[in-house]
Write a protein that binds this ligand. Structure first.
Ligand code: ADP
Ligand code: MG
Length: 254
């Protein structure tokens, strides 16, 4: 298996290093102010969840962090570098999967691996690696399927496998588990938590599901309903953070 995901490593170090700094960001669409004076610091290794109702500006802020759109005012630093027109080194899972429809699941992952590894691996080794990432997301039975032949949940898992294969230490995920059935969702929540804890990847994860947010997050960034885009508060998930479902339900007092 390409990744060593050791379930027993429970403790996680969050470095003191700033991974992302958002300084007084303003953003508008057609004269309508979506984000106003947003300030936020994300530390290296943190699992940050953006939570809030639909239309509150979560995806808009995420796109700004990735460098896909530019703020009207304010500055964003990634790895202490001012984000200009370039896209930072990161991997991304969007709501709409963004797989190449003319490539199979395996070919989509191989393409990402090839960009990362350049020419250091043979075709056979790349195929083997791609297969192992698709196995991680429980998609070994569908490696040769095209996106058009897969369900929404399968496409989403293929996109997650591709993002993991890129191996960047910064991951952005916009409602990545939305189309999954409950059991697969739990499997992938656990997988992504392990990736964060054991590989020290910084993850910015968008969801409107409160239970998912509490289970995953080191800190939750709440977006308010009503006027979109105001980050109302940053909630620190109480320590000890729930490590499994049982603890989560205990902390929610079910
Ligand atoms: P969320 O991800 O929280 O559901 P979004 O960031 O997608 O919210 O949207 C925030 C607000 O920006 C919404 O009010 C939406 O109508 C508006 N918006 C989003 N994308 C566009 C766009 N391309 N053009 C104009 N308005 C947009
Ligand atoms: Mg959104």
């Amino acid at each position: 298996m390409a990744m060593v995901l050791n379930r027993s490593a429970e403790q996680k170090e969050i470095a003191d290093q700033n991974k992302i700094e958002v300084k007084s960001i303003y953003f508008e669409y057609d004269g309508l102010e979506i984000l106003q004076d947003i300030n936020l610091t994300i530390k290296e290794g943190e699992f940050i969840v953006f939570m809030g109702p639909s239309g509150s500006g979560k995806s808009t802020l995420l796109r700004l962090l990735i460098g896909l759109s530019r703020p009207n005012k304010g500055e964003i630093f990634v790895n202490n570098q001012l984000l200009t027109d370039s896209i930072p080194d990161c991997s991304v899972v969007f709501q709409d999967y963004s797989l190449f429809p003319w490539l199979t699941a395996k070919e989509n992952v191989i393409l990402a691996l090839r960009q990362k590894l350049k020419k250091s691996k043979t075709k056979k080794e790349l195929e083997h690696l791609a297969q192992s990432y698709l196995e991680l997301v429980q998609l070994s039975h569908a490696v040769d399927k095209y996106p058009g032949e897969m369900s929404g949940g399968m496409r989403q898992r293929a996109a997650i496998a591709r993002a993991l294969s890129i191996g960047s230490d910064l991951m952005f995920m916009d409602e990545p588990f939305g189309a999954l059935d409950p059991l697969t969702r739990i499997h992938l929540q656990n997988l992504i938590l392990q990736v964060n804890r054991e590989q020290q990847r910084t993850i910015v994860f968008v969801t409107h599901d409160a239970e998912e947010a509490i289970f995953l997050a080191d800190r939750i960034v709440m977006f308010t309903p009503g006027p979109p885009g105001r980050i109302a508060e940053v909630i620190d998930v109480p320590f000890p953070k729930p490590r499994n479902r049982k603890q989560l339900y205990q902390s929610l007092e079910f």
